[in-house]
Design a protein around this ligand. Structure first.
Ligand code: MG
Length: 211
């Protein structure tokens, strides 16, 4: 488990990862890095670094790197006028969101700068150029149809066989949340016959790559 200090830092960081799901994410990442030693982990959608603290703690313990990817301009559901908008993360000079300074502060304060590598840019472009197999991929990116589809297509092939795919905001019941992470990532992964579901916690789903 996380130390008390890191856990309270994570819980005081902006973001949308409930404590129990963060702990489940930590457990799944621990198992994945133990099964595939030496392989890096990657998080899609780091925002201000809340879930990154749980995953960075695992990376540090396993002696591997966690790549934390985000364009830091906010997903569509974070923009002005949407439910998850936070005015304090807007860079007034340019009138756009910029969560990178918040992310940097979180990783610094967590003492995780040696284990967490921030990647700033668009996930589909980086995914198309990426070559390293991953022990653990956590998808918590844009919740629109196209971002979710592209995260699935460009990133899940990089999960090593035996590695883990974790997906956040999976809502089988439309009354509970948006469809794209469920339809474009979770259902497609299961339909591919390359992934099997291992566990679930809240809206978090943990899958293993089987072939
Ligand atoms: Mg999420």
């Amino acid at each position: 488990m996380l130390s008390e200090g890191r856990r309270s830092l994570a819980l005081s960081t902006r973001g949308f990862m409930p404590a129990e799901e963060g702990d489940a994410l930590w457990q799944a990442a621990r198992a994945a890095t133990a099964a595939m030693p030496g392989m890096p982990m990657l998080e899609l959608g780091s925002y201000c670094g809340r879930s990154t603290v749980w995953l960075g703690d695992v990376a540090e313990g396993a002696g591997v790197l966690l790549f934390a990817l985000d364009h830091h301009r906010g997903s569509e559901e974070n923009q002005a006028g949407w439910d998850h908008h936070d005015i304090e993360v807007v860079d007034e000079r340019i009138g756009k969101m910029d969560t990178l300074p918040f992310f940097r502060a979180t990783i610094h304060d967590a003492g995780l700068e040696d284990s967490v590598v921030g990647l700033v840019g668009r996930a589909p472009a980086i995914g198309a150029a990426w070559t390293a197999p991953l022990s653990f991929l956590f998808i918590d990116g844009g919740h629109g149809e196209e971002p979710a589809r592209l995260d699935y297509e460009r990133w899940t092939p990089h999960v090593a066989v035996g590695g883990t795919l974790a997906i956040h905001d999976v809502f089988p019941d439309p009354a509970e949340g948006g469809r794209p992470p469920y339809e474009q990532i979770y259902l497609r992964a299961l339909a591919s016959d390359c992934f099997e579901e291992r566990s679930a916690a809240g809206s978090l789903r943990i899958l293993t790559r089987t072939r």
